[in-house]
Ligand binder design. Structure first.
Ligand SMILES: Nc1ncnc2c1ncn2[C@@H]1O[C@H](COP(=O)(O)OP(=O)(O)OP(=O)(O)O)[C@@H](O)[C@H]1O
Length: 653
């Protein structure tokens, strides 16, 4: 068992658990301030001791041996009449220095390991975790004693070995935190903006780990002091005449009966130093919980209560396509497929809507275009061609040329997509300089222009603001400006209005529409809302259970829905065309969407489809639909008699 590592508590959770009592310690409480003052004092005093203590550390006076405190010797003397105060203060650095070295080695090894494992996914994580487990399985005391036996008593080297052993718990604590931080949208946004892997770690991941590192460092420092004292007490500490605190206690222990006082001063100083370090760790931990953002659930528009269905892929217009996706398959590495055989294309200056219920694979499809799939999920097969260039198989480094410059992305949670640590100006100016190769002044001017372009009326003030000072709508405008910094040709907008108020949603949609109209930008819009799709899109692909069930232009698909699933989505849409009666209840579809592992070989919607027959349990291919476009159904809906209305698509535009 690794006894020395037990006190290191995995206190890495960055957010408070609801209902959990908050720790009382705070950085600003008198106890913590006293602890900080004590540590600072003892470090400065011991580092400068040789210049001011009343007696040299090895000054002997046998006529005054084993004396108690006096005006000449404030804390008494030892068996050779050496001044205890001078020896304790002078030895301080011999105890503190090696403890700091152990902390530095533990974090110097543990932090890069955690960052690497979090960044590079399974294989690297597996390797790092096995190394950590190996280190954790080693009995620390035995290893240190064996090291002393092999190389002799070299305190600094012993503590460096201790630091190496402590790197394992540090890694384990920080790995989960680094993985969680890497899933933050602002990390994706940084990647999209062309920030390299090292800078992403330094700018966006490490700052989020800082408090946890500080808490753990304070705890490990206290632990290091105790371990060094324990070793010195056993005789494995620095040599005479300048022992560490543990050595002083070991010497005092030999006079426990004839001079019990000798042990008290060193014991108190050691105890106070350890208590102070733990108090600071506790206070930092309390601060971290107090400052953790309280994450409110995103306001999501109600999901349409609809069905599940069959297999295939769909294509919209292929002529002159900016983006051409063919037979895309995305799945868990060596596991279940999550998207199967999706084919779509996006023409220049148009908007393609990917629409469907939650879990149907829209986000996986969209993120695969950016090479930003979650860890453990990969493109298994198929082709993604952007302006004729194949993107499937590009390395992360090669994707950096594409992200931001060719394809950019905005997400549904703008507040999370912006790094809370930096001003908007900093977050805009950096990618502008990188993408456009301009100086700081010019980049700032472009940033102001971009903010004005996305409808921000006071760009100069917004540049100086931090994300927390913005409303959701403003933050989404800033995210759109950020996405435009590299002048991309294609924008992927993953439910960009879901987390916003209804009125703000309309403003953001209007902004996207004007960008498409004025700049010729193309957009892939991920949405579950047919109203939004009808409002903004030129083409639409209706997705269900990892497949495209129907695709075509918005007019083809929404005006003359051919697939029963599309029809069900339309019926469940609460936006009733002008002039029609509002029903008491919107129709819904029985059952639930099957999970990827439960997808049938035939039509995936069959179990919920009112029109299904036994033939639907065979694989169904995409075929031309009656109104244009393509549909994956052997019982397509029959076109309704033509009824001219104010809005032919049947949804409010
Ligand atoms: N990291 C992951 N590992 C494994 N499966 C995942 C992962 N993320 C999502 N999935 C699964 O992939 C499928 C498609 O998810 P995806 O997020 O693409 O759906 P979606 O249509 O975008 O839904 P939503 O609108 O809720 O985001 C779902 O079954 C989901 O459970």
């Amino acid at each position: 068992m690794n006894t020395f590592t037990e006190p290191v508590q995995p206190s890495a959770a960055p957010e408070p658990t609801p209902g959990r009592r908050k720790p009382k310690a705070s950085l600003y409480r008198p106890g913590t301030l006293l602890a900080i003052a004590w540590l600072v004092l003892i470090m400065i005093a011991s580092a400068t001791a040789r210049g001011w203590v009343p007696f040299p550390v090895d000054h002997q006076d046998l006529t005054d041996a084993l004396a108690g405190p006096s005006s000449r010797h404030w804390l008494g003397t030892d068996e050779l009449g050496r001044d205890l105060f001078s020896r304790i203060v002078t030895s301080g650095w011999i105890s503190i220095g090696p403890a700091l070295l152990a902390v530095a080695v533990a974090f110097g090894v543990g932090v890069p390991m955690a960052l690497l494992a979090a960044e590079h996914g399974r294989k690297v994580e597996w390797t790092c975790s096995r190394i950590a487990e190996l280190l954790l399985s080693l009995p620390t005391t035995v290893i240190l004693l064996a090291f002393v036996g092999a190389v002799g008593i070299h305190v600094w080297a012993i503590m460096a070995v201790l630091g190496l052993l402590l790197a394992a718990p540090v890694y384990r604590i920080l790995l989960a935190l680094a993985q969680s931080l890497r899933t933050r949208l602002y990390v994706d946004a940084a990647k999209v903006n062309g920030v390299g892997s090292l800078l992403v770690n330094v700018r966006h991941v490490l700052p989020g780990m800082a408090t946890t590192i500080a808490v753990q460092a304070a705890q490990l420092f206290a632990l290091g002091i105790l371990i060094e004292a324990g070793l010195a007490f056993m005789g494995y500490g620095p040599a005479i005449p300048a022992p560490s605190w543990g050595g002083l206690i070991g010497g005092a222990q030999q006079h426990i009966y004839d001079a019990p006082w000798m042990m008290v001063p060193t014991g108190v100083v050691l105890a106070l130093t350890v208590i102070a370090a733990n108090q600071i760790a506790d206070a930092l931990s309390g601060e971290r919980e107090r400052n953790a953002p309280v994450r409110r659930p995103a306001r999501r528009a109600a999901r349409l209560p609809v069905p599940a269905q069959a297999a295939g892929e769909a294509s919209t217009r292929a002529e002159g396509a900016l983006l051409e996706v063919r037979d895309l398959r995305v799945g868990v590495v060596e596991g279940t497929e999550l998207v199967t055989g999706v084919s779509v294309s996006v023409r220049s200056g148009t908007v393609l809507g990917l629409v469907g219920e939650s879990g149907c694979g829209k986000t996986m499809t969209a993120r695969s275009l950016m090479g930003l799939l979650p860890d453990g999920v990969e493109v298994c097969d198929g082709s993604i061609r952007f302006q004729g260039r194949e993107l499937v198989g590009l390395s992360d480094r090669q994707y950096q040329d594409v992200r931001g410059r060719d394809i950019a992305m905005i997400s549904q949670e703008p507040m999370v997509a912006l790094d809370p640590m930096f001003t908007i100006g900093y977050q805009l100016v950096q990618p502008i300089r990188r993408f456009r190769g301009v100086g700081r002044g010019e980049a700032r001017r472009i940033a102001l222009d971009l903010l004005a372009q996305v409808g921000i009326v006071d760009p100069a003030r917004i540049l100086r603001s931090h994300p927390h000072a913005l409303s959701g709508g403003m933050a989404q405008r800033v995210c759109i400006a950020l996405a435009l910094t590299g002048s991309p040709k294609l924008l992927i907008a993953d439910e960009p209005t879901t987390a916003l108020d209804v009125t703000v949603q309309a403003e953001i949609l209007s902004l996207l529409r004007s960008l498409v109209h004025n700049t010729g930008l193309s957009v892939v819009l991920v949405s579950h809302d047919l109203g939004v799709v009808a409002d903004l899109c030129d083409d639409v692909a209706v997705m269900y259970a990892g497949q495209v069930l129907e695709s075509g232009t918005v007019a083809e698909v929404l005006d003359q829905a051919a697939h029963p699933y599309t029809g069900a989505l339309m019926s469940a849409n609460p936006h009733i065309p002008q002039g029609e009666a509002v029903p008491d209840r919107l129709p819904s579809i029985r059952g639930t969407v099957p999970a990827p592992k439960d997808w049938p070989t035939g039509c995936r919607f069959a179990s919920r489809c009112p029109l299904s027959t036994h033939e639907c349990h065979e694989p169904v291919a995409l075929a031309p639909a009656h109104g244009g476009g393509t549909v994956r159904c052997i019982h397509p809906l029959v076109p309704a008699p033509a009824t001219a209305g104010p809005n032919e698509s049947g949804v409010v535009r």
